[in-house]
Design a protein around this ligand. Structure first.
Ligand SMILES: NC(=O)c1ccc[n+]([C@@H]2O[C@H](COP(=O)([O-])OP(=O)(O)OC[C@H]3O[C@@H](n4cnc5c(N)ncnc54)[C@H](OP(=O)(O)O)[C@@H]3O)[C@@H](O)[C@H]2O)c1
Length: 319
């Protein structure tokens, strides 16, 4: 039996382990591809720790949620394989779900950038009636997905983008990367609320990577400062860095044209998602939107899992 190297989730309490597994074989209609680069995203870690809504129900299971692969014809492709795993030298894919990657694109950069960038791209293109010229608040803009959201919003024609986050150095850098205004999220709740109200009172969309208590404060601040009550405000839940739950007052829902919705893999049809991924891959490959890859070889998967990404960086397993 031929075997390949892979990273297996054997326990939700440990990082994936470097193991030998049987080489995959394609069923009719499937294709075996070589894996080139796999990003270790918050969702990838969440899946491996049993905390994601696509975490495996039986172990061992292959780690990894997405990958840049080389197809049998030599071309590159990006694949999203939530619930199936990608961290192996070779995997089986559905060719219909392979997103073409332009020649010359760097697999590690694409693997680092796609997941953070798609969060705002998919939200703005499919979940809200966003139009060029509208204004956007990115709540939690100092992580990779939040920083990409600033760039993606500008790329898609946002008129004004306000970046709110904790890390002052990263926030300042975001002004050079397209943010029109920044708001520091600090321990001083009154000052934070005042700054959010002043900068973001009449935004059209909030892309929220934080949630939890900081979002409760931000919602009160923005809704309380709004002067145009019937102007639609779509508050899009994308990430949960500050918690997975909020308390939401009925008064807030009634007193403004205010909608709360989420954007993620369960909220957009796969054909729509694949169409959007194709455009996003092309936009990333064209340059201007990139998260810096921090490469690790597959045999160092445990070290990769314990690596803390620096701002603007993403751990990527390069095969
Ligand atoms: N729904 C989707 O389609 C989708 C896609 C991709 C990612 N996501 C989610 O988006 C979130 C961020 O992902 P990422 O790739 O950006 O991760 P990341 O690069 O690790 O960044 C996370 C950032 O969150 C910030 N943060 C943590 N707690 C915070 C708080 N209480 N208030 C404000 N900021 C806080 C931290 O920035 P500072 O330390 O600088 O404050 C940290 O750098 C994750 O929950 C991820 O699962 C969702």
């Amino acid at each position: 039996m031929s075997v390949i190297n892979a990273a297996l989730i054997e326990s939700f309490d440990e990082p994936p382990h470097f193991r030998s597994v049987p080489a995959p074989e394609a069923a009719p209609g499937q294709e075996v591809v070589d894996v080139l680069a796999v990003g270790v995203h918050p969702a990838t870690r969440g899946i491996a720790s049993g905390k994601h809504y696509t975490s495996p129900t039986t172990l061992p299971a292959l780690a990894g949620a997405d990958a840049v692969v080389r197809r049998a014809d030599g071309s590159l492709a990006y694949v999203m394989m939530l619930g199936l795993g990608t961290l192996a030298e070779r995997i089986v894919i559905d060719p219909a779900a392979a997103i073409p990657v332009p020649d010359g694109a760097d697999p590690a950069v694409l693997a680092a950038t796609m997941n953070p960038a798609l969060s705002s791209w998919v939200a703005l293109r499919t979940r809200v009636p966003f139009q060029a010229g509208q204004s956007i608040l990115v709540h939690g803009a100092t992580g990779n997905a939040g920083a990409m959201a600033v760039k993606v919003a500008k790329h898609l024609g946002a008129g004004r983008v306000i970046a709110a986050g904790r890390n002052r150095t990263r926030l300042d850098a975001l002004t050079a990367e397209g943010a029109d205004d920044i708001v520091a999220l600090t321990h001083d709740q009154d000052a934070t609320a005042a700054a959010l109200g002043e900068a973001a009172a009449n935004v059209d969309v909030v892309l929220d990577y934080v949630w939890g208590p900081p979002t409760e404060l931000a919602m009160r601040a923005v809704l309380g400062a709004r002067t145009r009550y019937t102007r639609l405000l779509d508050w899009v839940q994308i990430g949960g860095m500050g918690g997975d739950e909020i308390t939401l007052s009925g008064h807030a829902m009634r007193s403004n044209a205010f909608r709360v919705l989420g954007s993620g893999f369960g909220s957009v049809d796969m054909p729509v998602m694949l169409r959007e991924f194709t455009e996003l891959v092309a936009a990333i490959a064209a340059g201007g939107m990139a998260v810096r890859p921090r490469p690790f070889p597959l045999e160092k998967v445990e070290a990769a899992w314990s690596n803390q990404d620096a701002p603007g960086e993403r751990t990527v397993i390069v095969l």
